[in-house]
Design a binder for this molecule. Structure first.
Ligand SMILES: Cc1ncc(COP(=O)(O)O)c(C=O)c1O
Length: 373
């Protein structure tokens, strides 16, 4: 991989196919989000990959979530349950639609939201739940869909980290009413910036397309709804198509990297390694682990030791119950999230690029083993 001694947490995996696809799109004039063949083809192929009928390509995972919440008709006075441990984008989707994000604490094995905690948090205001398949491990979608259907709640999967992950053999993104993907530079496939909402609901896809495209109807320039410009460009879609053609290899690489780490870190006491439940295929978007007290060093100490050797790491997410601007929102619910808080201070992820070789992984693991006290 890199010739220097530095090992980054991620490196994009781009080849000549991507370069040629973008240049070809440029030559065809597909520079906007309104014309061309790459966009509808990317939407169709990616949706099919996820086991869904429709895809709506947008500018980011953040805007995909924003759009999905808007298309569900969620607004002021509504509550949206979501994984406490997630990227702020998940909560922003509720916030920017005027709704309140209600955090659901994590469970201790996969670090996904704990299905046992959902029902107690449901109120007459609860309109939706956004489970996040964190670090590429799917949530228990059987439990979540069962609870949601019982209480008539919409499910929007946050699949920003879980392209190709499955639960009981079924793709993440195919369970909920809608699912949102990110194609940011560090995601399993990338369009640089970008995202997509997938769904099999014909009514929802119409609403998603309308809201993505400034609410254009006929006659042109006459608008019945306040909408957004969240359109992805054709050039990005062309890049996405080239990446999608390689997704099986990318996931195989992620799983190889994870298996190598598991083998080399498995015997070091004091580390909780990432799980893969029997029902799950984990795509290990990032190789995440928790540093326990018996390791003898804190997570921050270990991260610093690794950084001194040029090895980059990144912490788990600060949970949504601790975010200052969410705490200041009218209607904020102060839900205790002790597990999410604990992993925020004790969890981090290691270099996880597809291109990582055996020797680099060995070097990371040797530094970790030597740091233990
Ligand atoms: C769980 C999760 N949701 C949403 C997002 C937002 O995606 P984007 O960066 O494409 O806006 C990210 C990551 O970037 C994420 O990890």
């Amino acid at each position: 991989m890199s010739t220097s001694n530095k090992i980054p947490v991620h490196e994009p995996d781009l080849g000549e196919e991507e370069v040629e696809a973008v240049i070809a799109a440029l030559r065809r004039g597909e520079i906007s989000g309104s014309f061309g063949t790459a966009l509808p083809e990317f939407e169709e192929r990616f949706a099919a990959y996820c086991g869904c009928k429709y895809g709506v390509a947008v500018t980011s995972g953040t805007t995909a979530l924003h759009l999905a919440v808007a298309a569900a008709g969620i607004g002021a006075g509504d509550e949206v349950l979501m994984s406490a441990s997630t990227n702020i984008a998940t909560a922003l989707a509720a916030y920017h639609n005027g709704a309140v994000a209600v955090p659901v604490d994590s469970e201790t094995v996969t670090w996904n939201l704990d299905p046992d905690r959902i029902e107690d948090l449901i109120t007459p205001r609860t309109r939706a739940i956004i489970p996040v398949h964190i670090f590429g491990h799917p949530c228990d979608m059987d439990r979540i869909m069962g609870i949601a259907r019982k209480h008539n709640i919409i499910v929007i999967e946050d699949c920003a980290e879980s392209h190709g992950a499955t639960w009981r053999g079924r793709m993440t993104g195919s369970f909920g009413d809608m699912a949102c993907f990110s194609f940011y530079a560090n995601k399993i496939i990338t369009t640089g910036e970008g995202g997509m909402v997938v769904t099999s609901d014909a009514r929802l896809v119409e609403r998603l397309r309308l809201l993505r495209n400034l609410g254009f109807i006929k006659p042109r320039f006459y608008h019945e709804v306040p909408a957004y410009n969240f359109r992805m460009t054709g050039m990005q879609a062309a890049l996405g198509l080239a990446q999608l053609a390689k997704i099986d290899r990318f996931i195989a690489d992620k799983r190889r990297v994870a298996a190598t780490y598991n083998e080399r870190l498995g015997n070091i006491p004091g580390l909780q390694l990432p799980a893969e439940l029997p029902e799950a295929r984990n795509v290990y978007w990032m190789y995440a682990l928790v540093v326990k007290p018996d390791f003898g060093r804190t997570r921050d100490e270990l991260a610093q030791i690794l950084a001194q050797q040029g090895i980059e790491t990144r912490t788990f997410f600060c949970p949504m119950n601790m975010q200052p601007f969410l705490r200041g929102q009218v209607g904020f619910r102060d839900v205790a999230c002790p597990v999410a808080e604990k992993i925020w201070t004790s969890g981090f992820y290691l270099p996880s690029a597809n291109q990582l070789g055996e020797a680099e992984i060995a070097r990371v693991c040797e530094v970790i083993a030597a740091a233990r006290r």
